[in-house]
Design a protein around this ligand. Structure first.
Ligand SMILES: Cc1cc2nc3c(=O)[nH]c(=O)nc-3n(C[C@H](O)[C@H](O)[C@H](O)COP(=O)(O)O)c2cc1C
Length: 487
């Protein structure tokens, strides 16, 4: 009610002034006129569909500083300032069709063609049903994938016909036994749905690596509780680690089991890298067992969350370092050609996409930029259930602000425009195929007047070199990496 009070006051004021003018002195029209105009403006704010903030805060949403009106957030993209993509004097024509990346190694029976930019993991619970649906319909229109997030495969993910990456987190929501383990039968049944194109086993995420995700009780509505099979109104805290494995070897065997249960659909990992040695231990287990994921999504510590702990961003490797670690490790053990790498963490523009590809990724995912496409104004209130624009709340009065039709188109347009920009940038660099991007295509200013490319600044391993004779800089970590223990 408070949100619409200014409009109500304007309308009542206009009515009183108009009555006074018709019954008494005509000068009342000087007051009635502006008040009627203000009322008309407020009604327009209320019924329009493009701006969720104005729908929720008619009239006041137009003003920059009103105490109870959320301010529109600023888009901050860390690390974007001192790096430049290398343009070419021999540019090429941009590819006409948006490129896709085939995901699916030799053990996968149903490979999937992944777009260059997809919706990163955002669960129903963290986001409203309307936001999830708009993302899903946008993905269907634009032919890209939506990651369900760890909150399960909700009905809202299945309503719009978009391709899904079903994320399995430590809580196994949507396929959980009574004692908190994987319910294999339920998993297999749901993974068989045609909308599920890939399965992602989430080990950790950048905003809280090593800590279980939290959904505050205030957001656990009856519908969210039903999807996750948890009590309504109580916080949902996912366990920090998985109960289905405790060593790197068991992890890769679990991954192989998930892929089999999923009928051979592409199955991969999502993680924020902590120690290089731990990831190398997982690589050693892959080699020893002859099992590799079809993809690895690397999340940077700059990533977001629905309820980030105060130390977010301080733990885990940022995307640049995490991505290069995973890429080099997979190259070093000779598995890079069968494992695709996705990157998430601050990806918002076409240049961001190209930069991540040059650093070793095959495709990218965006969470917060996609949230902005569905109307997020960055108030940072995701954990309070008071999101004013209906994106990150379960409060039905607030979710009404989000118009699914309009936001569906925006999601489609945002992804399409960003990929188009990425393709144009690559063409200006003389690159037609994303796979042709290399670390030499990205330079960093290292001092006044000096730039050096990523190829020069960092070490890039040769295929299989960790198996045949690791370079000195990797030798200690490689030696210490144990497929039968993380530490
Ligand atoms: C509201 C919100 C909810 C999220 N939920 C999940 C989740 O369920 N599972 C997950 O792996 N990551 C989750 N993430 C992390 C994102 O998928 C992504 O990895 C991270 O935010 C980095 O991408 P960005 O910089 O584009 O936001 C969430 C992020 C946000 C902002």
């Amino acid at each position: 009610m408070r949100r619409r009070l200014p409009l109500l006051l304007a309308a009542v004021g206009a009515a009183c002034a108009a009555l006074a003018a018709s019954a008494g002195p005509a000068r009342w029209w000087f007051a009635a006129g502006p008040l009627l105009a203000l009322t008309a403006l407020g009604v327009r704010d209320l019924v329009q569909r493009r701006d969720s903030l104005l729908r929720a805060y008619p009239l006041t949403g137009r003003l920059p500083f009103v105490p109870f009106v959320p301010r529109r957030g600023r888009d901050e993209r860390p690390g974007a300032v001192r790096e430049f993509l290398v343009s070419s004097l021999a540019p090429v024509e941009p590819a006409e069709e948006p490129p896709v990346v085939r995901v699916g190694g030799p053990d996968c029976r149903l490979p999937y063609d992944m777009a260059l930019l997809n919706v990163s993991a955002l669960s129903f619970g963290a986001l409203s049903a309307r936001a999830v649906l708009a993302l899903n319909r946008g993905a269907a229109l634009g032919r890209f994938a939506q990651d369900t997030g760890e909150g399960g495969l909700s009905e809202h993910h299945l309503r719009g016909g978009g391709d899904l990456v079903w994320e399995i987190g430590t809580g196994y929501f949507g396929c959980r036994t009574g004692d908190g383990r994987l319910d294999a039968r339920e998993f297999a049944d749901k993974a068989a749905l045609p909308e599920v194109r890939c399965v992602s086993l989430k080990l950790s995420q950048g905003a809280a690596p090593g800590g279980g995700a939290l959904l505050p009780g205030v957001k656990v509505s009856a519908s969210v509780a039903r999807e996750r099979n948890v009590p309504a109104g109580e916080p949902v805290v996912s366990p920090p680690g998985h109960r289905e494995y405790s060593t790197p070897r068991e992890l890769v065997l679990f991954l192989a089991r998930l892929r089999e249960l999923a009928g051979g659909k592409p199955t991969g990992l999502k993680l924020c890298v902590g120690s290089r040695r731990e990831f190398l231990a997982v690589c050693r287990a892959m080699v020893a067992e002859g099992v590799a994921p079809d993809f690895v999504v690397v999340d940077g510590s700059e990533g977001g969350s629905g309820a980030a702990p105060p130390y977010a961003g301080e733990v885990g490797l940022p995307l640049t370092e995490g991505l290069m670690t995973v890429h080099n490790a997979l190259v070093g053990v000779g598995l890079r050609d069968r494992v695709r790498i996705g990157a998430s963490g601050g990806v918002a523009t076409g240049a961001d996409v190209v930069r991540r590809l040059a650093q070793g990724a095959d495709y990218t995912n965006a969470a917060r930029a996609m949230m902005r496409a569905v109307g997020c104004v960055g108030t940072g209130r995701c954990h309070t259930n008071t999101c004013p624009v209906g994106v990150a709340t379960q409060d039905p009065r607030r979710t009404r602000a989000l118009d699914v039709g309009d936001k569906t188109r925006r999601v489609r347009d945002y992804q399409r425009g960003t990929v188009r920009d990425a393709v144009r940038i690559m063409a200006s660099m003389g690159v037609r195929e994303p796979a042709a991007l290399t670390p030499a295509h990205l330079v960093r200013r290292t001092g006044p007047g000096t730039v050096r490319s990523y190829a020069e600044l960092y070490e890039w391993l040769e295929p299989g070199v960790l198996l045949s004779g690791p370079p000195e800089s990797w030798a200690a970590d490689w030696k210490a990496a144990d497929p039968d223990g993380f530490s």
